[in-house]
Write a protein that binds this ligand. Structure first.
Ligand SMILES: Cc1cc2nc3c(=O)[nH]c(=O)nc-3n(C[C@H](O)[C@H](O)[C@H](O)COP(=O)(O)OP(=O)(O)OC[C@H]3O[C@@H](n4cnc5c(N)ncnc54)[C@H](O)[C@@H]3O)c2cc1C
Length: 97
């Protein structure tokens, strides 16, 4: 039986889907956009960061630089978003805002 592959689809012919708009999904989407791809981000919750919003009252232990991906930060810059002065997001609600 001939098992040779005659046609291999290239990634630019396929849609890229990111499942979940949590911190990791959003960072993945930002990296895809940086590479010229337009991802479709699917989120089961009512908004991006839905899981983090569930514990929005909790104080974070990580500094901003560790919870905001550089690719996302670059993408947000033209919107006027700048990393807040505070070393750490005070609460999860600040992070998911
Ligand atoms: C109380 C608490 C405090 C924390 N503090 C810190 C901290 O200070 N610093 C730190 O670095 N980390 C902290 N973490 C961990 C951090 O929140 C997680 O590492 C991070 O949220 C993981 O991101 P994620 O995108 O992988 O998952 P999630 O944040 O869980 O996001 C997943 C998203 O995918 C969606 N989803 C799930 N299933 C589907 C589906 N089938 N289809 C579509 N959408 C779907 C969910 O609704 C959700 O929005 C903390 C976690 C908790 C619980």
């Amino acid at each position: 039986m001939d098992r040779s592959i005659t046609s291999v689809p290239t990634t630019d012919q396929l849609p890229v889907v990111v499942v979940g708009a949590g911190p990791i999904g959003l960072a993945a989407a930002a990296h895809l956009i940086e590479r010229g791809l337009e991802p479709l981000v699917l989120e089961a919750g009512p908004s991006a960061g839905a899981a983090v919003r569930d514990w929005s009252h909790v104080r974070l232990f990580s500094p901003w630089g560790e919870v905001v991906d550089p690719a996302a930060e670059k993408l947000l810059a033209p919107t006027g978003w700048v990393r807040p002065d505070s070393p750490t997001p005070s609460r999860a609600s600040t992070w998911s805002a």
